[in-house]
Design a protein around this ligand. Structure first.
Ligand code: SF4
Ligand code: SF4
Length: 376
């Protein structure tokens, strides 16, 4: 089948963190080493081959880049130091930007001015929003000794703004996801019986919630850390978007109250994992952390700062410190909003949607192929 050729793909990949593709002479050691490569979806050599030939369409249709979890084993084994793991990682960045119809993702992946500029502009808009529209600031404490945060930033209003932001995010993310599904299914979408989309549907939440392919990578601690990260941000996401009026209260609950316990556990998980990963990237001990793109750092730093400022708001509030609570709340929102608006649809966080979706489509295709071969 004909595939569109992009002669500039190597140059684009280089900007996105790929290794030197010219070094690869296709010995296949990397694919033999990869713990996740299997019959029918063999990588990373195949990904490198498509890139060397500039086969953009072939790359867009291939599930392989998303089935790699970047353990780094292939890069360690490569006799040519061609960095296949880093190249597959760069291919995922390329694909994230290629699925994005707005073009913003590619700009933010390839230009620090765009990346930091977008964060700063959105952060500034949030600050200005609070400067002009905040509620009264009062030093009068609640009967339990807490700060009246909800007079300054009523949970009802914040919740409405959250849902609006969530709606905008969903439009971008789902439309990009649809483009990915269309490409990955390719011509197979006409052949796959509808029933397999239903029978295999649980693959989707299973991969999202458990990240179970990390286990097959056999990197000590990595699966556990990713599970902690998922627990942290999913818990926060549910509380912020679904139960904000329960989560953002003025009342000072006892420390064992579920509202506080869940908040502490999720924050501790997020702080622990982000700090651990930043240290690992700084030390470059693990292969997967030897080469960090600026977006890898930004993702970790924003998540760390969001968690830190969030817990500081809480401590200032229950500690009865009005001005620090109000100021920290504005700072927290000025980091949280750009992080979600930029990272979820256009940046690294989009892999939370793409990876489980590809695992699901891969499973659907596998079952359809098995059913077709059993009929022959
Ligand atoms: S990336 Fe390295 S290990 Fe893989 S096929 Fe090329 S030369 Fe061989
Ligand atoms: S980084 Fe790990 S999972 Fe990804 S292709 Fe290399 S060996 Fe396979």
């Amino acid at each position: 089948m004909a595939s569109k050729v992009d002669p500039n793909i190597t140059e684009k990949l280089r900007k996105l963190g790929a290794g030197d593709l010219n070094q690869c002479y296709h010995c296949g050691t990397c694919t033999a080493t990869c713990p996740l490569s299997e019959d029918g979806v063999s990588f990373p050599r195949k990904v490198l081959r498509n890139l060397q030939l500039g086969l953009k369409d072939r790359l867009m249709e291939s599930p392989e880049p998303w089935l790699c979890y970047y353990c780094g084993d292939c890069s360690e084994a490569c006799p040519q130091n061609a960095q296949p793991g880093e190249t597959v990682m760069a291919a995922r960045r390329y694909l994230t930007s290629a699925y994005d119809w707005t073009g913003l993702s590619f700009k933010m992946y390839t230009s620090k001015a765009w990346e930091f500029g977008a964060i700063l502009v959105l952060g500034l808009l949030v600050v200005l929003g609070f400067v002009f529209f905040h509620g009264p600031m009062t030093t009068e404490l609640t009967p339990g000794g807490g700060v009246q945060l909800n007079v300054f930033a009523p949970a009802e209003t914040i919740e409405l703004l959250d849902w609006t932001m969530g709606g905008v995010l969903s439009i971008f993310l789902l439309s990009n996801l649809f483009r990915m599904v269309w490409k990955v299914l390719g011509e197979d979408r006409k052949k796959i019986p509808l029933k397999f989309y239903f029978t295999e549907i649980l693959t989707l939440p299973a991969h999202f919630a458990t990240q179970k392919r990390w286990k097959d990578c056999e990197k000590p601690g990595m699966h556990r850390k990713h599970m902690m990260l998922v627990f942290g941000y999913v818990t926060m996401f549910i509380m912020i978007f679904g139960f904000l009026k329960w989560f953002q209260t003025d009342e000072v609950h006892p420390v064992w109250h579920p509202q506080r316990l869940l908040g502490y556990l999720a924050t501790a998980a997020l702080l622990y994992v982000t700090v651990d990963m930043m240290i690992s990237r700084r030390r470059k001990e693990l292969q997967m952390h030897k080469f960090s793109h600026s977006t890898d750092w930004l993702f970790l730093i924003l998540l760390f700062l969001t968690s830190l400022t969030g817990i500081l708001v809480h401590f200032f509030r229950v500690g009865g410190l009005p001005m620090p609570t109000y100021i920290m709340y504005v700072i927290h929102m000025a980091i949280l909003v750009p992080m979600l608006m930029i990272e979820v649809p256009f940046g690294k966080w989009s892999h939370l949607a793409y990876r489980p979706m590809v695992a699901y489509l891969h499973q659907v295709k596998k079952k359809a192929n098995e059913a077709a071969s059993s009929k022959k």
